[in-house]
Design a protein around this ligand. Structure first.
Ligand SMILES: Cc1cc2nc3c(=O)[nH]c(=O)nc-3n(C[C@H](O)[C@H](O)[C@H](O)COP(=O)(O)OP(=O)(O)OC[C@H]3O[C@@H](n4cnc5c(N)ncnc54)[C@H](O)[C@@H]3O)c2cc1C
Length: 442
């Protein structure tokens, strides 16, 4: 019987692990499949980056209860780095979940037993089948009564090209282009470095490079923005509920004012010309940046939907976010993003029993916070356990960003998108700010 089968969770990141904790607490059998050699493989890859959330905002409530039963003591004090998040919470959580977490297993496809996407007959009753492959190339199939896709977006960064495709020459220039926040930039001392992107990751990279420019004269940093104005790039300042996120913007602004970084707006990268000693970065309007030793393209991330091809999935055509939440997080509409819709009902797919949760549920929208995901998995686990009252509740309360960037900063036109200030009744926020970016991470 399908009801005897486990709920399979794709990805042992913060959200997949939290989902397993909620399901286990409710007596539901859960199995987490993680492609990395260890749990939280994606967070480990950005372990050198300091989060702007503090510890209490990074720990899920069911996970906390599970961990406290093992004698674990919640870390305290400020914002951890990704590495500290893993060591202090995510790795102990995976250990507490024991053999419910299987690492080194990549999910390659999810479908219904004996049915491709087209077959409707008996579909609802048919168990899911999850195809996977391990590091040695052994394939396996796991049956499931429900599937939660918590595989994140970390594996698919956006390109430097302004139109969403790699710029002409971007592939050939692979050795001189990176798509992640750098851990160490010392090899770029005295060189010209370009950062493309307008989000927190780009600001992080710019700050690392301007520190280098301060100690190593001759280092030149150029920050390239696709949008026509600086707009909300520096964040919400004093209005930001996360002081570390605000500080990032303040420091970036200061670096610009001190001349440590040159900012070019409306610079839409169209071509990377590779020379023996570096790159020329060319914009659509003909502007050129010469002698570039390295380019960091930090333009946001995209969900990998390839392994969902045989499921009936509704994604927003622009954001690739779950269709039921897209309108609330669409940076084309507003930057302060109401996130009232975060539960099983809004995350439901045309494929009953299948949910996309965590960072992947936001698709290309850059405003996802761990707290939002923890609320998602709490609600979805309650739904799968048949507790519809708990599933319908909204227990989310998010810090404000202080940013209201307006509906269109792309060509230098911005305006307030918030008609009303933040309202909160009980634990249900009616209009909350969820991120600092408009128009994605550019
Ligand atoms: C640099 C950075 C800083 C951030 N800072 C903050 C912050 O301060 N505060 C905050 O609230 N949020 C922050 N976030 C956003 C968000 O909370 C994190 O990205 C969080 O890790 C998302 O959790 P997740 O579980 O949805 O995805 P991930 O952490 O990406 O986990 C997904 C997991 O799925 C695995 N996986 C992927 N594909 C497959 C597959 N096919 N089969 C099996 N396993 C697979 C991956 O290996 C990974 O372990 C930050 C994000 C980044 C990138």
């Amino acid at each position: 019987m399908a009801s005897d089968l486990p709920v399979v969770i794709v990805g042992a990141g913060p959200q997949g692990l939290a989902a397993a904790a909620h399901l286990s607490e409710r007596g539901q059998d859960a199995l987490v499949l993680e492609q990395g050699a260890t749990a939280a493989a994606a967070v480990s890859e950005w372990g050198h980056v300091r989060l702007f959330s503090e510890w209490p905002e990074l720990i899920d409530v069911a996970a906390r209860r599970l961990l406290e039963g093992t004698g674990w003591v919640a870390p305290v004090g400020g914002c951890p780095t990704g590495r500290e998040w893993v060591d202090g919470y995510l790795a102990p959580l995976a250990a507490a979940l024991g053999d419910r977490v299987r690492t080194g297993v990549t999910v390659t496809g999810v479908t219904r037993l004996g049915r491709d996407r087209v077959v409707g007959s008996g579909r609802r009753e048919a168990p899911f089948v999850v195809h996977a492959i391990d590091a040695e190339g052994h394939e396996s199939v796991v049956r499931a009564r429900a599937v939660l896709d918590a595989s994140g977006t970390w594996a698919a960064p956006g390109p430097a090209g302004a139109d969403g495709l790699p710029a002409l020459g971007e592939r050939a220039a692979a050795d001189r282009v990176s798509y992640r926040i750098p851990a160490d930039v010392t090899r770029l001392a005295g060189r010209h470095v370009v950062v493309v992107g307008a989000g927190n990751s780009a600001a992080h990279a710019v700050l690392r490079l301007t520190e280098l420019a301060r100690s190593e004269p001759g280092t030149r940093v150029t920050w390239v923005l696709r949008r026509g104005s600086m707009g909300s790039v520096f964040g919400g300042g004093a209005g930001d509920g996360l002081p570390q996120r605000a500080a990032l913007g303040v420091r970036a602004r200061r670096a610009m004012e001190k001349g440590l970084v040159e900012v070019l707006t409306g610079f839409r990268v169209s071509e990377l010309r590779l020379h023996p000693d570096g790159l020329t970065v060319v914009a659509e309007d003909g502007r050129e940046l010469d002698g570039v030793a390295h380019l960091f393209a930090l333009t946001g991330f995209r969900p990998d939907t390839a392994f969902l091809g045989e499921l009936r999935v509704a994604l927003d055509p622009a954001l690739e976010a779950v269709a039921g939440i897209a309108a609330e997080i669409d940076p084309n509409v507003h930057s302060c993003g109401s996130v009232a819709a975060t539960g099983a009902r809004e995350l439901a797919q045309p494929e009953p029993g299948f949910f996309i949760v965590g960072a992947k549920s936001y698709g290309r929208a850059p405003t996802f916070l761990a707290l939002t995901g923890y609320e998602q998995v709490r609600s979805v686990a309650a739904h799968l356990a048949g507790d519809h009252e708990a599933a319908a509740r909204n227990e989310l309360s998010l810090p404000s960003t202080g940013v209201c960037g307006g509906s269109d900063e792309f060509d230098g036109v911005g305006g307030s998108c918030c008609a009303a200030p933040v309202l909160q009744i009980g634990t249900r926020p009616l209009a909350l700010a969820g991120g600092t970016d408009t128009r994605g991470e550019r």
